[in-house]
Design a binder for this molecule. Structure first.
Ligand code: FAD
Length: 431
């Protein structure tokens, strides 16, 4: 999957410089005037790496700097497959060589610790600072540990969230491998809104897949503050078919609302203290908010997310700062990798048009969210989004959820599409 060359990529996506410029209604002359600017992008994850790459491809003369603390990025998508035991961490790890060497993005391994909007400067942990004309922030999420009594951030070393992929994924995997046959895995699911709405349910499917094969007497319990979840019918159909009664989902009014976690006893207290659920492996996914730097830069609202003009993803707080990806409030667009990838392209076009004195476009985009229930059993939900009446809205009559009651051939094809989607989107982002 990594043998795809840049030429093939451009061909596959129908992009040549001129065609791409026409696609966003930008003349080569306008792109040239935009090219004198310096755009700094914070975060080399899904949204940030896409924005940096597309800015540079659309306007090669522009100076684009991407700041990311890690040398490589491990995708959350695919990380549940690592827990299922059929994918490696290496296969879902991506570097920045192609952005740097082929696209000409200046990739700096550092962390942004402050933003001064008046002087249009970002401060880096190394002590350096950088000036920008436009700043794109895609810092992802951070966690609200304060919302759950009994547990704090440092406890993630014993009770992993694995909601940022990498060492947390490996820790959860090691705990599952060490769990006795007949043990109990408990997922404490997050309240809305959070990164990847179907993610917790693909997570428990993949944990059950591993346990069914290696420790079949084990149990999977989901304690969920919500009353329902994305693609619920499809997940429940697949769970019944493949895992019998191994997976038990408890919704908010059915004992799923956890009020406290006893870390040393690995016990969740729910239902006004009536229910005590003890785990051999506990996977607590906390409530979420925008990544810390968005707060430090004064870009977030009372709920902890960055409000933006959903046409351009420009922050409502500052004329030169844009926020994309999970950190932003994006109407009907979910906090998903596919949405962050689309927003990276939308923001690149919006910045180029503004810098060349053109009105913004009303962007539209499409997104598909796949999930695996077993290695060979996939489900999906697709949607089309269009900027309408001040917000990113789902276009009525487009998209939909894959149907219930399908054959194993159909589900196997969806599983194949899931892996093809992964290959395509990571190629688009990191090359
Ligand atoms: P991220 O991709 O998290 O990138 C943020 C980057 O910013 C990070 O690299 C971070 O190091 C960097 N950063 C943070 N602070 C700073 C700072 N101060 N200075 C510099 N850099 C900084 N989505 C899908 O579409 N399909 C799926 O199948 C899917 N599966 C998922 C499964 C799981 C288990 C999870 C947890 C998520 C899944 N997602 C999926 C969601 C997807 O991973 C996210 O929505 C997506 O990564 C969001 O992109 P982002 O750019 O907002 O954040």
């Amino acid at each position: 999957m990594h043998n795809f060359t840049r030429r093939h990529f451009l061909k596959a996506f129908g992009i040549t410089s001129a065609a791409a410029l026409t696609g966003i209604g930008l003349t080569p002359l306008a792109a040239h005037s935009a090219g004198k600017a310096h755009v700094v992008v914070v975060g080399g994850g899904t949204g940030g790496a896409t924005a940096a790459r597309y800015l540079k491809q659309l306007s090669p003369d522009m100076a684009v700097t991407l700041i990311e603390p890690n040398a490589t990025y491990v995708t959350c998508y695919g990380s549940n497959w690592v827990l299922g035991g059929f994918e490696s961490i290496e296969a879902i790890t991506h570097g920045y060589d192609n952005l740097r060497d082929r696209d000409g993005v200046d990739v700096i391994q550092d962390k942004v610790i402050g933003v001064d909007a008046d002087s249009r400067t970002v401060r880096l942990e190394s002590g350096d600072s950088l000036q920008y004309d436009k700043l794109v922030m895609s810092p992802g999420i951070d966690f609200k540990y304060d919302d759950m009594p009994g547990i704090e951030e440092a406890d993630a070393e014993t009770i992993p969230h694995a909601w940022k992929a990498g060492s947390q994924t490996e820790l959860l995997r090691a705990q599952l491998q060490a769990m006795p046959n007949g043990g109990v895995y408990v997922m404490v699911a997050p309240p809305n809104p959070y990164r990847c709405p179907p993610g917790p349910y693909e997570r428990v499917s993949m944990v059950a897949y591993y346990l069914k094969t290696h420790k079949p007497r084990s149990k999977v319990i989901v304690l969920d503050p919500k009353e329902g979840f994305a693609k619920q019918g499809l997940f429940e159909e697949g769970w019944a078919e493949h895992y019998g009664d191994m997976i038990e989902w408890r919704g908010g009014s059915n004992g799923g609302r956890v009020e406290e976690i006893d870390v040393s006893g690995k016990t969740a207290h729910a239902d006004g203290g009536q229910e005590r659920v003890r785990a051999d492996v506990m996977n607590f996914v906390p409530a979420q908010r925008a990544g810390q730097i968005a707060h430090d830069a004064g870009l977030t609202n009372e709920q902890g997310w960055a409000s933006v003009d959903q046409r351009t993803f420009k922050s409502v707080m500052d004329d030169n700062i844009y926020v994309i990806g999970d950190a932003s409030v994006a109407g009907a667009m979910p906090k998903s990798g596919h949405a962050a990838n689309n927003q990276g392209k939308i923001v690149a076009a919006a910045i180029l048009r503004e810098l060349s004195g053109q009105e913004p476009l009303d962007p539209s985009s499409a997104s598909t969210c796949y999930g695996l229930i077993t290695l060979d059993y996939g489900v999906s939900i697709a949607a089309v989004y269009q900027y309408q009446n001040g917000a990113q809205a789902a276009v009525e009559g487009s998209g939909g959820v894959s149907p219930l009651g399908q054959s194993s051939t159909f589900r196997r094809q969806e599983a194949e599409h899931t892996r093809a989607w992964y290959a395509g989107i990571t190629q688009d982002i990191w090359g």
